[in-house]
Design a protein. Sequence first.
Length: 419
Amino acid sequence: MIGLCTDHLGLDLDRALGEWEGALEAARAGLLARKGVPGSFLGWMDLPEDTETLRAVRRYREGVDFAEDLVHIGIGGSSLGALALEEALGEGRVRVHPVDHVEPTPLKRLLDRLDPRRTLVHVVSKSGTTLETLSAFALFLDWLKKGTPDWRRHVVVTTDPSRGPLRRFAQEEGLASFSIPEEVGGRYSVLSPVGLLPLAFSGADLEALLSGARMANEVARRPLGENLPLKTALLQHLAWLEGRGITVFMAYSARMRHVPAWFVQLHDESLGKRDREGRRVGTTALPALGPQDQHAQVQLFREGPLDKLIVLALPLQDEPLVIPEGPGLPGFLPGRTFLDVLQAEALATEEALAQAGQRVYTLTLDRVDAYHLGWLLQHLMWQTAFLGELWGVNAFDQPGVELGKRLALERLEKDGRFQ
Ligand SMILES: O=P(O)(O)OC[C@H]1O[C@](O)(CO)[C@@H](O)[C@@H]1O
């Protein structure tokens, strides 16, 4: 299960829940009342139930026998979740290479390393118009066409069900394709084929992933006292009211190393915007990794500004890997497990940060596996959606990114080079 530990929070959560009950219930009711209303972008709630798409992804995977490498081209919501899950759950049956950039040298190096006859290119874009994605796709398409006569079998497209240039291209060329449902926005799409397809190739347990997410859906509908996302949304909300403008997501798991980056997009792009009265709202999500950031960011977290809510994500079980005798190791360490060390460090960090005056709580996962990651990611989507209601913003649009996109295109139309 996923648990919440507030031992060092420094405030009485039960009491706070009592005080905020009305606002939290209104947030949930307001959100759920829009379910099914076109344009409300709540389709992510239904993705864990979509077993038909799961079957289609599996069928497709079984039909592709040549793939030793999969290039996943996409950016933002079309990449971060897939990458986070692949890092945590992928078994490496097919090697997955994320391409979420337009930097020439790594693009060239990747092309030089791969064999087009053994490569599947998965291009992902909800809009089908994203500059970085389409540029990289053009490059890989050209490479496939030169390197393999049946290039069409080597491309799979995931995009809007009916609109956009990528959908048109897939139809015109008769390419294999999957849909990101119309009512699912990019950063809420990880449990659609955006994340499922690469994981099917690398060999993760997709059924367990969706089953964990279904548990998150169930918990989100429970009464307040048992409702994890309403509780964590409240903790985020209270920190914001206290003037804590930064919310750190610190995963104590190397396998979960890319989950904080996925959370950053989810939180920042959903919640950093103008509210209905035109006020600027939002907190800044900051990614962190334990224990590595104990040797980097924790100094700042302890002695820098008291402007943070710090959330640790900690696995409770793992392989019983024991520390052997070794040169220079203190006598109490050999015989303890690596998990002992990881947990001792996380709990010590939690306590040290609380003593410094930061707000801190821990999300515990029984294990880092498909079930718990499905639950965690879907939980964080619920938390974000509830916060959107509490802060009076639309958590499902991103008007603030449009100007930069337009200016980049205008520059490219003229020249584009830095002068
Ligand atoms: O899936 P698309 O349409 O290529 O968009 C990629 C990303 O770009 C944004 O639209 C803006 O950054 C994100 O919301 C989205 O995840």
